[in-house]
Design a protein around this ligand. Structure first.
Ligand code: M6R
Length: 620
């Protein structure tokens, strides 16, 4: 959601915080600000509306000098993006600056009380109450740390909060409440950085390897950072001994690798992403899926009576594909639902229900809340996620990491195909364990998966076909993506990619449903992207395509190589290589990602940071 960076040390704090914020910009980018404690001990704040780079202008006369500071890049929840609403928020006496990620659920009540006590508010944010609460505590005679801690005890909701105090011996406090906001901490050579995520810590990780020991705040924990060091406490002020975790270079590095955009780089990384997702999870000698970390015994798997798959956005689309795979290979009834709906409908979860949550970040508020509900109801819970140590991985009984490396582009790409790969492994594993898959069948499925890195590589080898197709379709203002079976959620994913990065209206629809309504929309101004690979539903989709053509719709079809017959009936074609059915959805995904990317380029959109979005949605 929002990104927080704080620095205490001996160096010029501004460039360290500024660079850290730029690396966290994927979390939100509608406004930014930095507060520096200057040589006189005063707090100097600079803010900008828009991206972090706008802070350069805010500091044209030279940035404030000081070796302690706090910065923030925002994704607005309360109050539109504006200078006043940008963080850091300072108190009436300009002694404290506060940054915040999450939502203060009781802010109206607190604001009313603080206003009554004489505090004057200048912003529309919920965050500003935090500043005034710390100020109020200090006015009542509490130390900065105690006032900060007391503020933490008064607010409701899930969030990460950090504050810096003016003065020569300035200090930074940060705390985490609930699941919404992480805080990570690194220290080295008499300096410390706190951040919402690992890339902010880069200056303090080992120069050559970018690895290092990092402290992760748990919910209900606080950290105090001074020049004397870092101290972890609980919210009663008791010291905590925190075991730092060694982070890998992969978790930290943020680099476009020569590509114009992270999204393109991440699309190009998909052959490695699917290979990493399979690594050590397939025994290629026995041609079996091997998941030694699966948290259920064979007996418990045999007793399962239902599988529920949940996620949001792209991860929901992955869940919908997973439903087909699980049902087909494990013989268990499977359903998929958005976590944001699931969490509010009191679903039946029994001891033999297996819930699979999917999420790139493992921090999506709705997904995490839905998982907690499953846990409370006694269901079995596993997660497929990319971020080690995320909330999702802490709540789940078992975690299957995507191992895709950090994904920066707001539009998920490589983590989607990694999810689909793991869902395939999961479905096959359940089938193997329950005996619903004969050895010959699971071996055939495993052989199919083994082809994935090569086939995905073939799809991205030549971008010119996608560029050419983008030229043909970039001027359309309405798109209908059609698919059936496992390609119906892929149609939804194609539409989601297009709308989020190009701002074109696009809908994903089950092709068989078209005649029940959407067909009324079809005319020569409607672009149809139809997924018709050679699978069991091929003939059905081919008929749906012909229904569209009969009504003057313009059709771009994704077909299997060699399909000249259907190619002759449509306007344009993008081909995928011939492949077994269970991996086809991973292949049909790629042309849709590339099409969306190149259309967004032609429309001059901000591909990696599209408007109004954030990479992880850690608020409801
Ligand atoms: O981190 P998650 O996978 O849980 O995130 C869920 C959605 O917010 C995410 O997939 C979103 O839809 C992406 N921007 C899609 O590209």
């Amino acid at each position: 959601m929002c990104g927080i960076v704080g620095y205490v040390g001996k160096q010029d704090a501004w460039p360290i915080i500024y660079e850290g914020l730029k690396r966290l910009e994927y979390r939100g980018y509608d406004s930014a600000g930095i507060a520096i404690v200057d040589a006189q001990g005063d707090i100097q704040v600079r803010k900008t509306v828009g991206k972090v780079s706008g802070l350069d202008e805010a500091a044209t006369t030279g940035h404030p000098q000081g070796s302690v500071g706090l910065g923030h890049t925002r994704w607005a929840t309360h109050g539109r993006p504006s200078h006043d609403n940008a963080h850091p928020h300072i108190d009436c006496q300009q002694r404290i600056a506060v940054v915040h990620n999450g939502i203060v659920e009781n802010y109206l009540e607190l604001k009313q009380w603080l206003t009554g006590a004489g505090h004057v508010f200048y912003s529309e944010t919920d965050t500003e109450v935090l500043t005034h609460l710390v100020e109020e505590g200090m006015e009542q005679g509490l130390s900065f740390q105690d006032a900060f801690r007391s503020m933490g005890g008064m607010v409701k909701g899930s969030q990460a909060i950090s504050a810096v105090l003016q003065g020569e011996d300035s200090e930074i406090c940060a705390l985490r409440l609930g699941h919404a906001g992480g805080i990570v901490v690194a220290q080295a050579d008499g300096q410390a950085i706190i951040g919402s995520d690992l890339p902010a810590l880069l200056p303090l990780l080992q120069a050559e390897s970018n690895t290092g020991q990092v402290g992760f705040l748990e919910t209900g924990e606080m950290v105090v950072v001074t020049l004397d060091g870092v101290e972890y406490q609980d919210l009663d002020g008791n010291p905590i001994v925190k075991q730092p975790r060694l982070v890998t270079q992969e978790e930290v590095l943020v680099d476009k690798g020569g590509y114009q955009h992270f999204m393109l780089k991440e699309i190009m990384e998909q052959p490695q992403a699917v290979a990493s997702a399979m690594r050590e999870r397939i025994n290629f000698d026995t041609r079996r899926v091997d998941l030694p970390d699966f948290p259920l015994s064979t007996e418990e798997i045999a007793k399962l009576d239902r599988v529920m798959l949940i996620g949001c956005g792209t991860s929901l689309n992955a869940a919908q594909v997973g439903r087909h795979l699980v049902e087909r290979y494990s013989g268990l009834p499977a359903e998929a639902e958005s976590a944001s709906e699931f969490r509010y409908r009191d679903p039946f979860i029994g001891p033999n229900t297996l819930v699979v949550s999917i999420g790139q970040s493992g921090e999506t508020a709705d997904t995490v809340a839905a998982m907690q509900m499953v846990k409370d109801k006694g269901g079995k819970l596993i997660t497929i996620c990319n971020s080690e140590g995320s909330q999702a991985s802490r709540i789940a009984d078992g975690s299957f990491y995507m191992r895709s490396g950090i994904e920066i582009g707001v539009a998920s790409t490589k983590t989607f195909v990694a999810s689909l790969t793991i869902l395939n492994l999961l479905a096959i594993y359940l089938g193997q364990s329950r005996g619903t898959l004969e050895p010959a069948k699971f071996q055939e499925l495993v052989d199919g998966l083994a082809q994935l890195p090569r086939l995905m590589g073939e799809l991205i080898a030549d971008s010119s076909v996608y560029q050419q197709m983008a030229q043909e379709y970039a001027t359309f203002d309405n798109f209908l993506f059609l698919g059936r079976g496992m390609n119906s959620p892929i149609a939804s994913e194609g539409a989601l990619k297009l709308k989020e990065i190009s701002y074109i209206h696009a809908e994903g629809y089950p092709a068989g449903e078209m005649k029940h309504g959407p067909i009324a929309l079809i005319d020569s101004a409607m672009a149809i992207v139809a997924l018709a690979p050679k699978d069991t539903l091929y003939d059905k989709v081919a008929n749906n395509i012909r229904e569209v053509k009969a009504r003057d719709g313009r059709v771009l079809a994704v077909l299997t190589e060699g399909d000249t017959q259907l190619a002759a009936d449509v306007d344009h074609v993008l081909y995928i290589p011939e492949a077994p059915e269970h991996i086809i959805p991973l292949l049909t995904t790629v042309p849709l990602q590339m099409l969306a990317y190149h259309i967004a380029l032609l429309r001059d959109r901000d591909v990696d940071q599209p408007r109004n979005l954030a990479k992880s949605v850690t608020v409801e």
